[in-house]
Structures are given as C-alpha cells and as structure tokens.
Design a binder for this molecule. Structure first.
Ligand SMILES: Nc1nc2c(ncn2[C@@H]2O[C@H](COP(=O)(O)OP(=O)(O)OP(=O)(O)O)[C@@H](O)[C@H]2O)c(=O)[nH]1
Ligand SMILES: [Mg+2]
Length: 459
C-alpha cells in the first residue's frame, strides 16, 4: 500500500462484501466527505437534509443521483468529526445490496471527488488520528476474521484497550525508572542510594515479568487467530469420515461401508469449545496397488505430519490390526488422541498396555463431549474461557514484548552490578522503544503498511 497518501484526501469504499444482499453500505471519509455527499445525494420529503446541512449522527432519506438520473433510493448517515470511526467527517450511504447498484453508487461517489480507499485505510486513519492505538487497530482485523465466539471475545477485549492499558502501564513505569537513571548520568559523582537502587531494581523485575507474561500468551493468540489443524487418520472403514461429520454437525464427507471411500483430503473448521479447529479427513491407511488410493494414502500421511493434532481413529468392533499397532508407535511423539469408534457395537478391540483412548459412537453421538474435552485439554492444557483470556498477543506483539523484556532485564543487570549507568539507560531506551512499537508510538512506516495491508477493503 502506498502509505496514507494524504489525510487530505477524501476516501470511499464499500464497507460490505460484494455480492447480493439486502443492503450495501458505502463509507466516505475525509475533509470533503460532506461535499461529496451533497454532490451525489438528493434529499426527499420535507425533513431530509443535504449532508452539509444535516446534524451529526442523523439519518437522511433520499436518492443517489448522477447526471440528473436516480440510481437508487438510499439512507444517508452523517457523522461530523471528531466523533467518528476515523475522526474525520464521514458519510455512510446505505443502498440496495445488488452488485450493480452498489457499484453505480460507488462510481457516482468516486466521480464527485472521493478516491477509492486502500485496504485498511479507514482504520489506518483512525490510528493516525489517535482514535485507536496499533494493538486496537490489529484487534479490528482480528474481530472481523474471528471464527469462533471465543476468538471474537478476545479480539473485543483487545479492541477495548485491555492489552493497550497493560502495555502503557509498563511503559510509564519503565520511563520513570529511565528518567531516574538518566538524572544520575548527569551527576556521575552521585551514586544511586542503595535504597533507591533496590526500589528501581524491583520495579524493573516487575516490569520484565509483566512483559514476559504477556508474550507467553502468544500461543493462545495464535490458536485463536489461525486455528489448530487436526488430521483424522486411521485404517479404512474405521469411521474417520463419520467422525468428521459428527464433529461438524453435518454430512460433509461421504460415508460408506466400502473400505477406501475417502481419497482426497477433506477439511472444514468447527468450533471446539471456542477453539477454531480445522479437521482434515483423510484416506484410510493401507497398502494398495491402486494408484489413486495410493496417492490418497500419501496425502493422509502428509496431512498427519503437518497437523498440530492427530485424531487416530480405530474401529472398536474388530480386533487390533497390526497396522494400527504400528501407527500407534509412529505417532508416539505427536500430540495424538486415539478415538475408539463404534462403541454401539461389541468391542473385541484391545489396545496395547498403557495406551488410552476416547470411546465414541459416530452412529449414536455417544462420547462426543469426551472427545471435545480431550481436544480442549490437548490444545490449552485445560479449559479456557473468555474471562481467562483478557490478553492474547499476536506474533508481532510477542516479538516486541520479548525485546522489551530482554532490554529490561539487561538494564536491571547493569544497574545491579553498578558498573555502567550509561549501559542501563541505553538498555532501558531499547525496552521503551520496543514497548512503544507495540502500541504504534514508535512504529516504522513499513511496519504500519504491513499491518494495514492485511485488512479487507472498506475497513
Ligand atoms: N455401528 C457403527 N457403524 C459406524 C460407526 N461409525 C461409522 N460406521 C460405519 O462404518 C463404515 C465406514 O465409515 P466411514 O466413516 O466411511 O469410514 P472411513 O474411516 O472414513 O473409511 P475410508 O474413507 O474408507 O477410509 C460406514 O458403513 C459407517 O456407517 C459407528 O459408530 N457405529
Ligand atoms: Mg472416509
């Protein structure tokens, strides 16, 4: 993205996805937003106003008109700066949600002095105008792409500023200590009092611990943002496709009594207690001369190797096959849940000693909760609720937090040894800089571009 060309520009884009729907919403933001609104909108009735004459936060009824021709019947919402998403004057046009209508309205707006917004440019302006900090801007993207309620709740709390608040508190404290240390640099003959030194050291230790605790949430953050990939593997006919369908709650994959039904991998996401899990159904593992099935088996092994989690499905209604014993051995080092299926039938299957499993019946749904428990346990190491996840950082944030933590610890070390206050001050400056990057106070233009480029158009 060419960085925010000039906040003097007035930008416009559809805020709703392209496609047929009841409504499409087009957003215009910038110094000429009201003028652009005036140019395209003809109020109808006695009480509707042109945008430039309308009060802030009001809705006007009328038509979008171009070259004297009515394009659509619309509602126009007028938001005057600064109480808007971007802190600029903003006009939103709600028109009919047809592909052609929405495009014609957008074209009329672009012909009247607005330019098409870059992806993420509205949010970028909200950031540049100080309405959101960088972690909050990132939370907007997370909220839009959240695939489970838990992921949405985590994004919401970040958007509300929970992470920003903690980061700022640590930053303020580090700056305070830094001011203290730097003051002493000016009076080299004056040693820091042992008492004062002790207090500064304990504040640095607390700060470093808080930074470390935040960066440790990166795993949860990644799970919520990207989801977890779980491969469903096992012998033909064990019930892998049946298990996929049971977990998804609908008949996604073909199930049949013929061994070797599934050939290609089939994947779909389900929410398991708020964790977005991408389940991958695979071809049954067996030796075969048939070329297509052999390719399927190769893909099954690749899926199992790449997945973060493996569900090894065994048919409980038949004795243990030697190939299953081999697979148990092969998966020993992997995060694996063994699922003994067909618990509605008699169970001649005996697992090797020390091997445990979750028992389910895809035919009756019995045991599904236990399987969900096992998945949750393996991913989180226990149950995680929205309340327990006030902060879940992403990879960029974790990286900056780690650099800040290291700087803080090195500064404490330098202060403790009493050797070089200059060194302590330098490390503190590094730490404060890294913390500033988190919220965007010291972020480079490249970094900002990289972040806002990930947004969808119109946000
Ligand atoms: N009784 C009973 N039958 C089941 C159960 N789960 C699956 N089956 C049956 O087992 C057969 C195989 O099921 P699939 O889900 O197609 O098995 P698969 O592991 O995907 O098989 P491949 O794709 O061939 O590797 C079908 O006839 C299912 O109806 C169960 O819990 N109980
Ligand atoms: Mg199958």
């Amino acid at each position: 993205m060419t960085s925010p060309a000039s906040p003097r520009d007035t930008i416009a884009a559809l805020a709703t996805p392209l496609g047929e729907g009841g409504l499409a919403v087009l957003r215009i933001s910038g110094p000429r937003a009201l003028a652009v609104g005036d140019a395209v909108f003809a109020p109808a009735g006695t009480r509707s106003r042109r945008p430039s004459e309308a009060d802030s936060h009001t809705v006007q009824y009328g038509h979008v008109v171009r070259d004297g021709r009515r394009i659509d019947e619309v509602l126009v919402t007028v938001f005057r700066a600064p109480r808007t998403y971007t802190r600029e004057d903003t006009v939103e046009i709600s028109c009919h949600g047809g592909l052609v209508v929405a495009r014609l309205v957008l074209e009329a707006v672009l012909a009247s002095g607005a330019r098409l917004a870059e992806p993420g440019e509205f949010t970028q302006r909200a950031f540049l105008n100080g309405r959101l900090d960088l972690t909050q801007a990132e939370a907007v993207a997370d909220l839009i792409s959240a695939r489970t309620e838990l992921a949405a709740a985590a994004a919401q709390s970040q958007l509300e500023g929970v992470l920003s608040g903690r980061i700022r508190a640590v930053r303020d404290d580090l700056m305070n200590v830094m001011a203290h240390v730097e003051a002493h640099l000016d009076f080299p003959d004056d040693d820091i009092e042992p008492d004062t030194q002790g207090r500064l050291l304990s504040r640095l230790a607390t700060g470093a611990d808080l930074l470390a605790a935040m960066s440790r949430t990166a795993r949860e953050g990644q799970v919520l943002r990207r989801g977890v990939r779980a491969a469903i593997v096992g012998r033909p006919n064990a019930g892998k496709s049946s298990l996929l369908n049971l977990l998804l709650g609908h008949a996604r994959a073909i199930v049949s009594p013929v061994a070797g039904t599934t050939r290609d991998t089939v994947e779909e996401t389900a929410s398991i207690r708020g964790i977005p899990v991408v389940f991958i159904d695979t071809a049954g593992l067996r030796e075969t001369d048939e070329a297509v099935e052999r390719e399927g088996v190769r893909r099954s092994r690749a899926a199992a190797a790449e997945a973060e989690l493996v569900l090894h499905v065994l048919d409980g209604s038949v004795p243990l096959d030697p190939s299953d014993a081999t697979l148990i051995g092969e998966l020993r080092e992997r995060p694996v849940i063994r699922v003994v299926n067909k618990s509605d039938l008699p169970r001649p299957l005996v697992l090797p000693p020390g091997i445990d499993a979750v028992s389910v019946s895809c035919a009756t749904g019995e045991g599904l909760e236990g399987l969900r428990d096992a998945i949750e346990q393996l991913v989180w190491g226990g149950r995680v609720t929205a309340e327990a996840l006030p902060v879940t950082v992403n990879a960029r944030q974790a990286d900056a937090l780690r650099r800040a933590e290291e700087g803080t610890r090195r500064a404490a070390e330098a202060l403790r040894s009493g050797e070089s206050l200059e060194f302590a001050a330098l490390e503190l400056r590094i730490a404060v800089g890294a913390v500033g990057e988190l919220v965007g106070q010291t972020a480079t233009e490249d970094l900002l571009d990289a972040i806002f480029r990930q947004f969808c158009l119109g946000k």
